[in-house]
Write a protein that binds this ligand. Structure first.
Ligand SMILES: CC(=O)N[C@H](C=O)[C@@H](O)[C@H](O)[C@H](O)COP(=O)(O)O
Length: 235
């Protein structure tokens, strides 16, 4: 495990990870098209890919030789947790062969009363995957480091009801990143993720101590980019 962790972290360090996600009714929601997106990202110099759903992850793992950060978005009743919420989704991702699995590590209740500790335990017992904690606050990041996550991402900043007031559609949560790096950065790599639109913002994240940067929408959701232009023409 330690050797694998060192290898994966060395591959990701200081680089750009491109999140290649597309879900129905988006037109790229097919493993072959997700793979094409990922290949384009790698041509541009990305060092890793983040992807949703076991079927996509399986395809990417088979065809690419960079680290894949896998997640499984699934909405269950009675819980707002949707990124790899339960052991069931975790199990499916382990089977898909991804070297890194991202999980919601917020303080919210998980479906079926499962606890974050249960998922970590399951992941450690049944795989040698690295585990990435998707958090929304410094407190959650500190807790994730204490629980032994291998990576911590600012992914959910602005997306929990208790951080929605900090949501800035134009910018990542630089303050959260800075504070997380200060609190846990020595011990656990912190990944900047969420609403990074510009190359300069990505560079700023590295300057603030991010271990690597994940960019999704600004690269791989053409319909959102199109809508921004269309919106601008209407003003
Ligand atoms: C909150 C949530 O559901 N985030 C998801 C997590 O994987 C994805 O929808 C985002 O695209 C990803 O985090 C990258 O962020 P951005 O697309 O802003 O560059």
């Amino acid at each position: 495990m330690e050797e694998k962790k060192t290898t994966v972290l060395n591959q990701l360090k200081g680089g750009l990870i491109v999140s290649c996600q597309s879900e129905p009714p988006e037109p790229f929601a097919r493993p072959s098209l997700i793979l094409a997106m990922a290949r384009a990202a790698l041509m541009g110099g990305a060092v890793g890919i983040r992807a949703n759903l076991p079927r996509n992850v399986r395809h990417l793992v088979k065809k690419l030789d960079v680290p894949i950060i896998a997640l499984y978005k699934k909405k269950h009743e009675n819980s707002d947790v949707f990124i790899t919420p339960t052991i069931r989704e975790l199990k499916a991702l382990i089977k898909s062969g991804a070297p890194v699995i991202a999980l919601d590590a917020t303080q919210r209740e998980r479906p079926g009363g499962e606890r974050l500790e249960d998922l970590i335990h399951f992941g450690r017992m049944h795989s040698n995957c690295l585990l990435m904690a998707d958090v929304s606050t410094v407190h959650e990041g500190v807790e994730a480091a204490r629980l032994g996550f291998d990576l911590i991402g600012t992914t959910l900043a602005g997306y929990t009801d208790y951080t929605a007031h900090r949501f800035d559609p134009q910018e990542p949560d630089f303050n959260l990143l800075k504070e997380l790096v200060g609190e846990v950065g020595d011990q656990t790599p912190v990944i900047a993720e969420g609403r990074i639109w510009q190359p300069e913002q990505a560079k700023q994240c590295l300057d603030l101590g991010a271990f690597a940067v994940v960019v999704g929408t600004a690269i791989t959701r053409p319909w959102v980019l199109t809508a921004r232009f269309v919106q601008a023409l209407r003003v």
